[in-house]
Design a protein around this ligand. Sequence first.
Ligand code: ADP
Ligand code: F6P
Length: 326
Amino acid sequence: MSKRRIAVLTSGGDGPGLNACIRAVTRRALREEGVEVLGVRWGYRGLVNDDFELLTHRDVGGILGKGGTVLGTARCPEFEDVLVRRRAIRHLNMRGVEGLVVIGGNGSLTGALKLHEMGFPVIGIPASIDNDVDKTDIAVGVDTALNTIVEAIDRIKDTATSHQRAFLVEVMGRNCGYLALQSGLAGGAELVLVPEREGPPMEKIADVVVDAYVRGKGHCIIVIAEGWKPGTQAIADYLRSRHEELGFDVRVTVLGHVQRGGRPLVFDRTLGTRMGAFAAEALLRGERGKMVALQGSHLVLVPLAEAVARQKPLDPKLLELAGMMD
Ligand code: ADP
Ligand code: F6P
């Protein structure tokens, strides 16, 4: 009997839980008679360069609790070129691959949609710490990244209180304020700034710092999404220019790529395992052009076109709540 083959890749920014996805796609697919799984190295670049490896049950052993991705990931801007994607599809066809699981964020899932529109069967799994993929409550990696951020905020608070300081804590998220909003709420920030909401003006930000000082707080924590304009440094410069009036000294911490690394927590191991298995099942039974999504406690398939049509919006009620907790 001839073998059926599917392939799996991770693309875009890495995050905790990608290995759980890879493992689950592989092991679920291998349970089907006559199915083989190929891992693609370095995301879309591996498709273009014909960089595949056969994945056995044992190859994906011992990776569930590891951060990063054992397949490697990459940004591959040339994949936006239709001729480059055509070469990728040629390589998939020459290796007898009948369908592909793409694990990644908004950009990677847009690439997946393009492959689907060119006639190649694809199923997507939302995985990006930014939680900017629409139609799913949460993506793989978000929960662990949030826990990392909140632990950092707790630590910053300790030193902030000891020194009577205001801290500007910048978190990732590209154009999305989800990480800032959720970590600000869970970390007890005095103010959260997200790109989805304009402002407030610098004077109002200074007022928050002064207000915290006057009310006798030991610190003032402002969580800023990296996509917020005019940016963390602009606030730091402004606050420092009014140093005499503030009460608190100002310090800046940019958390950076610490947020992407580390062992996935239980939520992401479980979500990655559920989504990976669900994706493999869907692909093997002939589903195409869909993304696995968590809606409530259930996994569902949604059209990739709907998932990437817009950035996932923030919950306005949570924004309002964050504004009441200072
Ligand atoms: P993420 O998937 O984490 O959002 P990126 O936005 O960097 O990360 O996208 C990852 C990769 O997805 C890009 O480097 C590119 O290879 C592919 N990609 C992004 N946008 C497109 C597009 N419009 N068409 C084809 N491929 C795309
Ligand atoms: O999309 C995930 C993400 O970590 C964003 O939050 C951030 O803006 C970007 O990737 C950073 O990318 P790089 O790892 O290429 O610096």
